[in-house]
Design a protein around this ligand. Structure first.
Ligand code: PEP
Ligand code: MG
Length: 355
């Protein structure tokens, strides 16, 4: 990256006329992204928990997961860290959890697996909640949601884990207080319990959000918004499912395009509906790390975009060199175009004009 671009890395991501969009990081391996924290990202928008599950030979224990998540949360103690629950299936497999099916991207994937195996889900959520104790910057995100029942069931399990952990913590603190007061007996059991409850009352349930990546959610946003704290678009999967194009099949790679007019209109509708529902909206797919994509998302009204660390300076540079009004004009025109090819040539022209 040029010095010119790197110079803006730690500056706020704000347009020339003062419109802000937050830039966050996508992360999966704990090594390496501490550096990106210094590149001026405002937290983690997507931590892909399945990655550390992949290069092992058995499920990590609750304790192992707690330690790992704690390290991740500590990279941004003052910012939100969004951890996505296990998103295996599709093209991501665990050697110790084989899945054999004909259409894996349409099959047993993401939340579908973890709701069928609540023991896997509960251990993971408990580990996240434990790691969050005292930090309180965790946000939980659910992948591959296609309807409200999945959200209700996941929320039920998250609440279960939360209240169980709170009860355990209260018990542990009570025991500690009692043994400390054993010598002079200044506390009754009831007093110790009350003190412990006062401490655990401060343990807050983290925000819970869902990924918008299955097209069915575009038509259920109001009902979904009542059940969650935030939405985050997974544009990689949304593109794949909206266009019915396998994201990894080179035979049809020319058809896979996040700038396809149908995808842009879906994203615009998502942004408008989120605003109506007063639900924060972000995007964590590859589209956010492309300058033209970031401009369109800014104009649509996305609150946050999340990307790999090395893209942060470049995207900030672009946003800082455009006005919100210019971006809106570009979006308005782009939404009238009818093919991906037209969209690309129009956006390329606009980017060249920006320098
Ligand atoms: C996406 O689908 O856009 C996304 C961010 O998740 P993943 O690429 O891990 O499926
Ligand atoms: Mg996805």
């Amino acid at each position: 990256l040029t010095d010119k671009v790197m110079a803006v890395a730690s500056l706020p991501c704000i347009t020339q006329d003062g419109r802000a969009i937050e830039v966050l990081l996508n992360a999966g391996l704990s090594a390496g992204f501490e550096h990106s924290a210094k590149l001026g990202a405002l937290g983690i928008g997507l931590y892909r928990t399945e990655i550390p599950f992949m290069n092992r030979n058995c499920f990590p224990s609750e304790q192992e997961q707690t330690q790992l998540y704690r390290k991740v949360l500590q990279v941004f103690p003052k910012h939100g860290v969004t951890m996505r629950t296990l998103d295996v299936g599709g093209d991501k497999s665990l050697p110790y959890f084989p899945i054999n099916e004909e259409n894996p991207f349409l099959g047993w994937r993401g939340i579908r697996i973890t709701l069928d195996h609540p023991e896997i889900f509960l251990v993971q959520v408990r580990a996240m909640l434990r790691a969050n104790q005292g930090l309180n910057n965790l946000e939980i995100m659910l992948p591959m949601i296609s309807g409200v029942e999945e959200v209700d069931e996941a929320n039920r399990l998250i609440n279960q884990a939360f209240f169980e952990l709170k009860a355990e913590l209260t018990k542990d603190i009570t025991t500690e207080l009692m043994s400390a007061s054993n010598e002079d007996g200044h506390l009754t059991l009831q007093q110790a319990q009350q003190k412990a409850q006062a401490v655990t009352a401060k343990v807050v349930r983290p925000k819970v959000g869902i990924m918008l990546e299955v097209p069915s959610v575009i038509f259920q946003m109001e009902a979904l918004s009542k059940r969650v704290d935030f939405f985050s678009v997974g544009s990689n999967d949304l593109t794949q499912y909206l266009l019915a194009v396998d994201r990894n099949n080179s035979q049809v790679a020319n058809l896979y395009d996040a700038f396809h007019p149908a995808v842009l209109n879906a994203l615009n509708s998502i942004a408008q509906q989120s605003a109506q529902c007063l639900t924060p909206i972000s995007l964590c797919g590859e589209l956010a790390s492309q300058p033209a994509g970031a401009i369109l998302l800014l104009a649509m009204g996305f609150d946050k975009i999340s990307m790999n660390g090395h893209n942060v300076p470049r995207i900030k540079w672009v946003i800082r060199h455009i006005s919100f009004e210019q971006a809106q004009n570009i979006l308005d025109k782009a939404l009238t175009l009818t093919t991906a090819k037209e969209v690309h040539s129009y956006l390329n022209e606009q980017l060249e004009a920006l320098g």
